[in-house]
Design a protein around this ligand. Structure first.
Ligand SMILES: [Zn+2]
Length: 399
């Protein structure tokens, strides 16, 4: 997830690119059902931790069980997100434990007919076959382990299967893309030991949010392929959170996968320019207004929208075609085995029309079919590539 919100005013213009071929509803359904739809980043945890009931169809947000079922979901990695504000006073591990509990207790525990905890790639396949949504956890923000390999191992034992080495804050051992200072920093010796320990455990090394230098260090150190759980292409939308072509190609050569983020500013340069990501003036004003703000994530977002609105700004939304363009680009430069979906639902405010929430995934299936992707390609994008990466992480742990 990201902290700073963007605001969407007015209706999104649904992109109407001429399809390469005509696709029937029956074909969309058939192909969609044949895939294991797996998404590697969802922040509904920031809502369930303050009481949101995922089993109630909600009018707001992006995620609930009804919409998951409509979207044909097979597996979800839930974000165990720890904000940078927990670093002060050493509250990061405490927060991570509470976030793990909201996945295990509020999401899975209270809804056993719909969700089941998955710890391995084999679990994902088995749970999906049984008609439930395989539920996994990834830590977002490496500061959660409070510089301790012992805590890292405990988090693995509780079910954490990936960790982003940083969030938007640089921590004591890894530089982040989210602060100017951190962009010059990579992995410290401790950071390299942490990556090696993640390899030894079989926890996927997630480079979403890290600085470019941290990325290259992690690529050199990791014995397992890298994961980008929710990042898109910088050559299309030039923001530090996205990946350069060089990074995507290098990561793919080692078996890594880029899971495309659906946030408008990740997908479209036009959107980025009207958000904190691509516009430093917005970033500064929002950061100043948010400095001592306390409250729930939803309250924070409302406050941030207010600030941006006061600046008289309108975010230009991205389109479904923009999402397809990122998938096309990764396939073109790195191959069909290098791309997946990490939508960041409930972690971003602006998503493209047609991909408004988790229920809308069949629209992407249709768009991919119209653009010439085969059923086999779509199955790779939706889950098989990530399953391959997870199996490789599991195998690396045995050596
Ligand atoms: Zn994030």
């Amino acid at each position: 997830m990201r902290i700073i919100a963007t605001v969407v005013l007015g209706a999104c213009a649904f992109s109407a690119q001429a399809p390469k071929r005509t696709v029937t509803d029956a074909e969309v359904q058939k192909v969609h059902k044949s895939a294991l739809v797996l998404d590697t980043h969802n922040d509904v945890t920031s809502r369930t931790i303050t009481g949101f009931d995922i089993n109630k169809a909600a009018a707001d947000g992006h995620t609930d069980i009804v919409r998951y079922r409509a979207g044909g979901f097979g597996a979800q990695f839930f974000a165990v997100y720890v904000g940078a504000n927990y670093v002060e006073g050493n509250g990061s591990a405490h927060r991570a434990m509470e976030m793990i509990d909201t996945v295990r207790h509020d999401i899975i525990g209270k809804n056993p007919k719909d969700f089941e905890l998955a710890l391995t790639a084999a679990d994902i396949v088995r749970i999906h076959k049984n008609g439930k949504i395989a539920s996994l956890m990834g830590i977002e923000g490496g500061h959660a382990i409070e510089d301790s390999l012992r805590l890292l191992r405990n988090f693995y034992a509780l079910g954490i299967r990936y960790m982003t080495l940083t969030h938007s804050n640089t921590n004591n051992w890894a530089g982040s893309s989210g602060d100017l200072d951190g962009r010059t920093k990579g992995l410290s010796p401790l950071g390299k030991d942490i990556v090696k320990e993640m390899n030894r455990l079989g926890m996927m090394v997630d480079i979403s949010h890290v600085s470019d230098k941290t990325f290259w260090d992690a690529l050199a150190v990791s014995s397992a392929p890298l994961l980008a759980s929710h990042s898109s292409c910088r050559s299309i939308s030039n923001i530090p959170r996205n990946m350069t072509d060089e990074m995507i190609v290098a990561m793919a050569k080692k078996g890594g996968v880029v899971q495309v983020n659906f946030g408008c500013e990740f997908l479209s340069q036009k959107s980025a320019k009207t958000s904190n990501f691509g516009n430093p003036a917005i970033r500064e004003k929002v950061a100043a207004a948010m400095k001592n703000f306390k409250g729930t994530l939803d309250e924070q977002r409302a406050k941030m929208r207010e600030v941006i609105k006061e600046m008289g700004l309108k975010t230009i939304p991205a389109t479904l075609a923009d999402a397809v363009a990122h998938i096309d680009h990764i396939v073109k430069i790195a191959g069909i085995d290098a791309v997946g979906i990490g939508a960041d639902y409930d972690g971003v405010d602006c998503v493209p029309e047609g991909l408004d929430d988790v229920s809308k995934m069949p629209n992407l299936t249709r768009a991919l079919l119209e653009n010439g992707y085969s059923a086999k390609d779509i199955r790779k994008i939706y889950g098989e590539n990530l399953l391959r990466l997870m199996r490789a992480a599991e195998q690396a742990a045995q050596h």
